[in-house]
Design a protein around this ligand. Sequence first.
Ligand code: NDP
Length: 404
Amino acid sequence: MKKIAVLGATGSIGASALAVIARHPDRFRASVLAAHRKVDELVALCARFRPDLAVIADAALETALRDQLAAAGLPTRAAAGMQALNQAASGELCDTVVGAIVGAAGLESTLAAARAGKRLLLANKESVVMAGALLLDAVRAGGGELIPVDSEHNAIFQCLPHPPRAVDVERLPGGRPDLVEAGVRRILLTASGGPFRGQGRADLAAVTPAQACAHPKWNMGRKISVDSATLMNKGLEVIEAHWLFGATPAQIEVVVHPQSLVHSLVEYADGSVLAQLGNPDMRTALAHALAWPRRIEAGVAALDLVQSGALQFEAPDRDTFRCLDLAYRALAAGGTAPTVLNAANEVAVAAFLKGSLPFLAIAELIEATLDAISAEPVGGIEHLIHVDLTARRMAQRKMRQGFC
Ligand code: NDP
């Protein structure tokens, strides 16, 4: 019986993780559930899953959480604040952590779980983008495992050759054999193209948050939905693939595949291309990561290839969706540049969702912030947190100044 902490339990990935956990009560138990501010939803999940501990990251909501758990007659203990979250991710109550917090807010708990040697099922791509090297060091030092949950990276993981114990740090950069030695020529990351695929810049000048969040294939949280619409999601995933699989930027290619059935591919030296296919449903990646190296039922409908029809592949429109190249630029600059990219993106997306920044200005603001802050070698986690804050302030200042 695995004891699972679901950080970001009230979100879209949290729901998929809990759906798989609920299907397998003989294998998994949700022992810790954590959220940011949605106390009511967290308590409802506690009533269903009866975890040992519920954590609300906003410390001001501790009493509300405690009172509601007591009113519902639940035995679940309550804790609050970021430190409690980190303790929950690294403590005795779990052996597996689903990292499903959105944004840089997930960094510290992800690192805490890695240092503590947990099996880390990681959806929070922003923590890899910000702190790839530190995270891998933490996994190595903790002696645990990292299994990618992001559907593309989970697909790549499935298409790569597995050493006998797989997923652990032997597979990660610095630890795993070089990709070339393994015969890998390229990693092909598929992208749906988002809701605005095929549109030009003139069409996108006045798009609304509701339009940007209406993803044609995936039902996701609002931040990642906007990232998918700008193609920054794919840019973040390029950086994520660099760290997780030790691939150089030149080895990672993005291909638009609007049907979202091929979740990514790996090309080998002999010309073979291995792909992972399935219906677009995150329960597949979560079931794979939860049960690895076994396979379990995820509750996902079988893929009907005859019904699904033709599969299309096309090059991304890099002129309209400039965020993809900004991510490649940050990856090439290295050091703290991906942290700056991520912070500026989070500020820009939040402003767009509030209606105070036009869609096309998201890329412009990120570019202006990258221009203003030079990349430095990463000094450690405190340094990265400082850079993250500096980049957020810079992005906000640029917004006030109209990007001058
Ligand atoms: P959602 O917005 O649906 O959920 C986010 C979760 O994080 C919620 O539980 C939220 O709590 C919690 N949260 C937000 N801020 C904080 C904070 N400061 N401290 C603690 N918890 C916090 O996001 P998604 O599930 O869509 O995405 C989660 C992560 O997974 C992202 O990094 C995303 O890129 C990645 N991902 C998502 C996919 C998807 O299909 N959704 C696919 C692949 C990757 P509350 O509800 O209380 O606000």
